[in-house]
Design a protein around this ligand. Structure first.
Ligand SMILES: [Fe+2]
Length: 295
């Protein structure tokens, strides 16, 4: 009998598989803790897999309250950051909402090198109280979302493979920092993240977690809103991908309807064909806030 596994919700934060090319290698290297699919750009790069393992190990050793250890990025990886930044800069100017652009200015990243989570946290915590914490191993959606209630965003620290600077099959530190780190430096977006966590903690109905996960996806991850005549992004998945921002115009825009979003399935492996678009940042903030408080 064919067994189909359902795509887990919020799979972009349910990362970290074992990195090994084959089973023999996994056995011979007992420290191999991350596994890449054969079609992953880093699959054949032993050095890359080794670094992914090192970074996963840092997260596994990390205890909340400790100083976050710096990830050992290479010169090649800092070059990936520069390449991404060159593509993102103009895309942000065209497609990012004003709230995001103002947070981005507050964080003032160095476009030459990947910032360490420790450095990002110093700025984000001073603004909203949120902090990014490294995580390895399987993060269940409930764990990920409930941590938001405590102002903790569980995230990855590795960067995509240098052979594909503008593509990653899984969320990396670019998505975490450029997407979530920046939006968590907005008081109002940080508040909404926190309210998601609190709602999930109260949500006990069988399908409640799935519904809240979908709402998170269609708002915090892939939300759009109107600024005058323009459609702008406030979702982290859009804001961390120049390619997806440029294709936003091809998506079907639906008026923000949170109840509808809570029932809509999505596929995280493609550009999103449907985006929910709020009338304004203020309308999005009020609607989502009221919805989350009611849970
Ligand atoms: Fe995300």
């Amino acid at each position: 009998m064919e067994v189909k596994t359902k795509q887990p919700l919020l799979s972009d934060h349910v990362d970290m598989r074992l990195v090994a090319v084959d089973a023999d290698e996994a056995i011979s290297d007992r420290n191999a803790i991350v596994q890449l699919d054969p079609d992953h750009p880093g699959f054949r790069d032993r050095e890359y897999r080794k670094r992914r393992n090192q970074i996963a190990q840092l997260a596994m050793n990390f205890q909340p309250g400790d100083q976050i250890p710096d990830a050992p990025y290479t010169a090649e990886e800092h070059q990936v950051w520069r390449t991404i930044w060159k593509a993102l800069g103009p895309a942000h100017q065209r497609h990012a909402c004003a709230e995001y652009l103002s947070s981005l200015r507050r964080l003032s990243f160095d476009s030459d090198r990947i910032p360490q989570l420790r450095e990002v946290n110093e700025k984000v915590q001073a603004i909203s109280g949120f902090r990014l914490e490294p995580v390895a191993g399987l993060v269940q959606p409930r764990v990920f979302l409930e941590n938001l209630a405590n102002g903790v965003f569980l995230c990855t620290q590795y960067i995509r493979h240098h052979s594909t600077p503008l593509y990653t099959p899984e969320p990396d530190v670019v998505h975490e920092i450029v997407g979530h780190g920046v939006t968590l430096a907005s008081e109002r977006l940080a508040e909404l993240n926190r309210l998601f966590g609190e709602a999930v903690k109260r949500a006990t109905a069988e399908d409640a977690l799935d519904r809240l996960s979908r709402v998170y996806w269609f708002t915090i991850e892939f939300g759009a809103l109107r600024e005058g005549e323009s459609v702008k992004a406030y979702g982290t998945g859009l804001l961390s991908s120049a390619g997806e921002m440029e294709e936003m115009g091809d998506a079907e825009l639906r008026p923000l309807d949170i109840e509808a979003a809570s029932h809509l399935e999505y596929d995280p492996t493609h550009f999103q064909p449907v985006l929910f678009c709020a009338q304004s940042f203020e309308a999005m903030y009020q609607t989502l806030r009221e919805y989350l408080i009611r849970w």
